[in-house]
Every structure is written in structure tokens, then in C-alpha cells.
Design a binder for this molecule. Structure first.
Ligand SMILES: [Zn+2]
Length: 259
């Protein structure tokens, strides 16, 4: 038994042993952090619309925050499930999901675009809230109605995103040729480790990385330390909120002076 093999894996099998499997609760927790950040950035236009339309009290703010956290938790549980992770490997699914949620984040960053996307679902949500509030005699801007509206608006926005995901997938199936991710490709540069070197784990002959083949690595979200994941998300949130704040202020100034 070579003691060094624990630190410096030299075969593909050693890599498999080296990488500790992340437990399911850990996977859900890490994805929850990611989805909370994604949901918070994505929710900003609808949050502003809700404030403009009168939900200006603490119970309403708490209801919206709880609704957003609930969506983040649902998305985290779904994306940590092995069934979902298997589906990600089907032709074009992973990239279509990235396109759908990526475009949603971009639209939310450019607040006026987010506004116009959320306006129509927002009108449906407002109508539904009014109907229920009138039906059971609840305060239109109170906790319960706002929470219900957050769930409706969040569902509508996720349906919008899934339509984009489906569209992106159909487009790619129609016009692109599917090339599955190779399990033997170097994680850093994509070089085929298996063909070049039987000691696949040692170092990539192309880029020198010891990251090993894709097939034996976990997703970034599971691989990095919790500290690094948290700091990256906080940095991402700060950048996103700054962009939204700056674009939002410019939009407000322009509409005040020319609108
Ligand atoms: Zn490489």
C-alpha cells in the first residue's frame, strides 16, 4: 500500500475513492443557498411592483420573503434529487436550464425589462388576490393575501422560465448536434485523459491540471468549500443588487424628467 496514493491519486479508481460523496442533506443545503440568491435577484422587479401597488407594510414584506424562501427550498430539493441530476445529462437539458434561468437573472438585473416581464403575471396575481380577499374578507395588503400572491406570482414566473427552457431545448434539438459530456475529459480543459494516459488522475498532459476527469468530479456547488460557496454567493448578490439599484435609479430619474 502506497501512502502517497491517498493524496496523489494515480489511477481513475483512486480518484473515485478520494472524492468524498456529499450527503443528500448537504446537497440540498448548498443548492438552497444558490437558489436563495437566484430567487432574491429574480424577485426584485416583482417586489418593486408589489410595493408600488400598495404592499407597503412589514407583514407584507415578511410574506414576500417567506414566499421567495419557499420557492428556493422547492428548487433546491428538486435540483438535489438524483432523478433531476440524471435528467440534466439528457441532450441539451443542462444548457437549456442555464439559458432559461440565466436570461431571467439578466432580465431582472435590467429592472425595466424585468418590470415588463412581470407586469402581465402581476396583473393576474393582483386579480386573484382581490378575488380571494373579497371572498373571505381579508386585508388586501396583509400577510395572508400577500403570501398567496407571492406563491401565484412565483409560479407564473417559473412557468415563464420553463417555457424559455423548453424553447431553448427545442431550438437546440432542431439545429445542433448533441455531443454528450465525456466522462474521461479533463475537468479544466476537456482533453481526453483516458486516451492519453492510463494514469488518468495524475496530471493532464494538455494543461497540467490535477483536477481529474469530469466523470469523477462533483458539480462546482458540491465541490467547493462552504466558505467559498457562501462568499461567492454574497459577492454575486452584492454585484447584482448594485446593478439593479443603479439601473433602477437611472430609470426612475429618466421617467421623472421625460415621462
Ligand atoms: Zn487539462
Amino acid at each position: 500500500m502506497n501512502l502517497n496514493s491517498a493524496q496523489t491519486p494515480s489511477t481513475a479508481d483512486d480518484w473515485k475513492q478520494l472524492i468524498a460523496k456529499t450527503s443528500q442533506p448537504q446537497m440540498i443545503f448548498r443548492r438552497l443557498l444558490v437558489w436563495i440568491a437566484v430567487a432574491m435577484v429574480s424577485a426584485v422587479p416583482s417586489f418593486l411592483l408589489a410595493i408600488v401597488s400598495g404592499h407597503q407594510n412589514w407583514p407584507a414584506y415578511v410574506a414576500m420573503l417567506l414566499g421567495i424562501l419557499l420557492f428556493a427550498f422547492m428548487l433546491a430539493t428538486i435540483s438535489a434529487s438524483s432523478r433531476f441530476r440524471d435528467r440534466l445529462e439528457r441532450p441539451f437539458v443542462r444548457r437549456s436550464m442555464q439559458i432559461g434561468f440565466g436570461l431571467r437573472i439578466l432580465a431582472s438585473l435590467v429592472v425595466p425589462i424585468g418590470f415588463s416581464l412581470d407586469m402581465f403575471p402581476g396583473m393576474l396575481t393582483t386579480m386573484a388576490g382581490r378575488l380571494v380577499a373579497a371572498g373571505i374578507g381579508l386585508d388586501l395588503d396583509g400577510f395572508l393575501i400577500t403570501f398567496l400572491q407571492t406563491l401565484i406570482q412565483g409560479s407564473l414566473l417559473n412557468i415563464e422560465i420553463l417555457l424559455v427552457v423548453a424553447g431553448a431545448r427545442v431550438f437546440q434539438i432542431a439545429f445542433l448536434t448533441w455531443r454528450p459530456r465525456s466522462e474521461d475529459a479533463c475537468l479544466k480543459c476537456g482533453y481526453h485523459l483516458e486516451h492519453a494516459n492510463p494514469h488518468a488522475g495524475a496530471a493532464c498532459p494538455e494543461c497540467g491540471s490535477t483536477a481529474g476527469p469530469i466523470g469523477q468530479n462533483q458539480d462546482w456547488v458540491d465541490r467547493v468549500s462552504l466558505t467559498r460557496l457562501s462568499l461567492s454567493l454574497i459577492a454575486g448578490l452584492l454585484v447584482a443588487f448594485s446593478i439593479q439599484g443603479a439601473i433602477g435609479m437611472v430609470t426612475a430619474l429618466v421617467s421623472e424628467n421625460f415621462g
